[in-house]
Design a protein around this ligand. Structure first.
Ligand SMILES: [Zn+2]
Length: 401
């Protein structure tokens, strides 16, 4: 990779700065910086991502209940697919034979695959970690499998996404002694991932770990930044820590990461988390929350989160959110959506997913324009007020306080 030059303008300067120019396929440039919030462009072999960007999650190479055409219409540019799930079913070899993920799932735009690490540690029926890798049992049929850094890269090369992730260990956020071991192992695995990578048309991102501990996060951010990744991710957040802990960790890590690469906050989040993440210099996000909430009858709105199963909506002729421009809000009443939910019609999941995804994609698009205008900081409290009440995460994942 050829670093030409980079400088950071402050105060919403509109000057376009070339940050790096990969000899092959990837370039990242910043168009404006407002406080620490950044508006950039990340060019990939399947198109340019305007950052900040929110990526819908298609765990099994499908955004649940939506067609790719619908996802495109929401303004999504990047989608995420899951290495662990696709390796187990249908198998990465089959996807490679069928032309890779873009052809297989008919998504012609950029795709990101995670490394499978998070799922091995959170989903697999049982797992045994050693220095070389992880042996685990499939959550589907109990069969025995083994991931190493080299294997995780080989699978992701078969899948063929534009952005691929280093294999890491995401440990519980509060056990310092264990996290120290996990961070050290993640660092050794990061180096092995870089050595294992063979495809020039995929950008490999490194992942910073370290739970909520400033010493471990500093160590990890410094080490991972020292390696020649095309982007840097913050992992191990939104896994049970408090919001204050998450934001403090992000403040620290983004102050260490090099400004000339895209920064990706993995598995986050709520509207509030996106606003706070962008404010701390994050460029990319993904989260299952919009589609998961949709399957549980819940919708983001500027009146706070709504549960449309609620009987109070039975005669409510208003859309979910009068200020939303999505197909669902332009077309259907809360009363109709409640009817679909009560009648167990699958259209309910589709219509709520359209709304929830559009709400986050549009929020991030609005924020991007404000960064370009230099008005991000002045509009920050307006956004936080508007999205207040949508802040809580899945209660089961909250840290008990
Ligand atoms: Zn809507």
């Amino acid at each position: 990779m050829d670093d030409r030059r980079w400088t950071i303008d402050d105060g919403g300067q509109r000057s376009r700065i070339l940050l790096y120019n990969s000899p092959v396929m990837f370039t990242f440039s910043l168009e404006a910086v407002n406080g620490r919030a950044r508006a950039g462009r990340f060019r990939t072999p399947h198109g340019e991502l305007l950052t900040p960007v929110f990526a819908p999650v298609g765990t099994q190479a499908a955004i649940k209940t939506l067609t790719p055409a619908q996802v495109e219409e929401l303004g999504a540019t990047l989608v995420l697919a899951n290495t662990y799930h696709l390796y187990l079913r249908p198998g990465d070899e089959i996807i490679r034979e069928l032309g890779g993920l873009h052809a297989f799932m008919h998504w012609p735009h950029p795709i990101l695959t995670d490394s499978g690490g998070f799922q091995v540690f959170s989903l697999a029926a049982s797992r045994k970690i050693d220095e070389d890798g992880v042996t685990f049992k499939s959550h589907i049929d109990g069969s025995l499998h083994r991931f190493t850094p080299e294997k995780a890269i080989a699978i992701q090369e078969n899948l063929g996404a534009d952005i691929i992730m280093a294999f890491d260990e995401c440990a519980a956020p509060y056990d310092h002694a264990y996290l120290q071991q996990a961070v050290t192992r993640t660092h050794r695995w990061a180096e092995r991932c870089l050595r294992a990578k063979t495809r020039a048309d995929q950008a490999l991102f490194g992942i910073v770990q370290g739970g909520i501990f400033p010493d471990l996060r500093t160590q990890s951010a410094q080490f991972i930044s020292s390696l020649p990744f095309e982007g840097y991710a913050v992992g191990g957040l939104s896994v049970g820590e408090t919001k204050a802990e998450m934001y403090a960790t992000l403040d620290l890590v983004t102050s260490i990461l090099p400004p000339n690469r895209p920064r990706y906050l993995m598995g986050v989040g709520t509207p509030e988390d996106l606003i706070e993440g962008i404010r701390r210099g994050v460029d990319m996000f993904d989260c299952v929350l919009p589609t998961r909430l949709a399957r549980h009858h819940a919708a983001f709105s500027s009146d706070g989160r709504l549960n449309l199963m609620n009987a109070s909506f039975a005669r409510d002729e208003r859309p979910i959110d009068a200020s939303c421009d999505c197909y669902t809000c332009r077309t259907f009443s809360r009363a109709y959506l409640r009817h679909l939910i009560v009648a167990r019609e699958t259209l309910a999941g589709t219509l709520l997913s359209i709304h929830n995804l559009r709400a986050l994609i549009r929020l991030v698009q609005e924020i991007r324009l404000a960064i370009l205008d230099g008005t991000f900081e002045s509009r920050y409290s307006e956004w936080m007020r508007r999205w207040h009440g949508n802040a809580s995460r899945n209660p089961a994942r909250e840290h008990p306080e």
